[in-house]
Ligand binder design. Structure first.
Ligand code: HEC
Length: 166
């Protein structure tokens, strides 16, 4: 019985303490916000270079695709096949037109060589470690690595064709 009372008192004491803490936080919070604005201007934070929206055709990437010439016309059947693969394996992290877990693929061929895109799809774990653009992308996307899903060259080519339709 005595022990229960003691425990009860302890609980009450800690509740009181918690309430007191809250009030302090309220007051403290107000002045903290004011201070934070003055002391930590956003510009002072080191910025990671946003390579995802910048054109860079200097690399063909690292992987099996060394030379790829795209015909002018888009192959609609191939693109449709690519879209299916994309929905299954890629849409969890990519959205066509906006940054998500990874960059937006829309207009990617205005920024990268086709070989680079294929190698990124097929060999991402090496690309983000060794390719100059891949390394910058990894830094921009908070060091979240794109996973290798063993996409075949045929499927990667189809996804690339789908990207051309975005
Ligand atoms: C687990 C999340 C994830 C999945 C699944 C994923 N990606 Fe990525 N992807 C990323 C991230 C994150 C990056 C940026 C590089 C990095 O941080 O690894 C990226 C980068 C890329 C790039 C380079 C984009 C650019 O604008 O330079 C391409 C192309 C790409 N992914 C295609 C795909 C394709 C195709 C698939 C499906 C086969 C896929 N990704 C699946 C997360 C993912």
């Amino acid at each position: 019985m005595k022990i229960t009372m003691r425990v009860g008192l302890l609980v009450m004491a800690s509740l009181l303490f918690a309430c007191g803490g809250k009030e302090q936080k309220k007051k403290g919070g107000f002045s903290y916000e004011k201070k934070a604005k003055k002391e930590v201007p956003q510009e002072a934070k080191p910025k990671v270079e946003a390579i995802s929206t910048k054109a860079d055709f200097s690399s063909k990437g690292i992987g099996p695709v060394k030379d790829l010439k795209l015909p002018d016309a888009i192959d609609k059947d191939l693109a449709a096949k690519g879209e299916e693969t994309y929905k299954k394996l890629c849409a969890a992290c990519h959205k066509a037109e906006q940054k998500f877990i990874g960059p937006a693929p829309k207009g990617i061929l205005e920024r990268r060589t086709p070989e680079w895109v294929m190698n990124m799809i097929m060999n991402p774990e090496v690309m983000i470690k060794e390719d100059p653009i891949g390394k910058k992308l990894l830094a921009e996307f908070n060091n979240i690595p794109m996973t290798n899903q063993n996409v075949s060259e045929e499927d990667a080519r189809a996804v690339l064709e789908y990207f051309r339709t975005l």
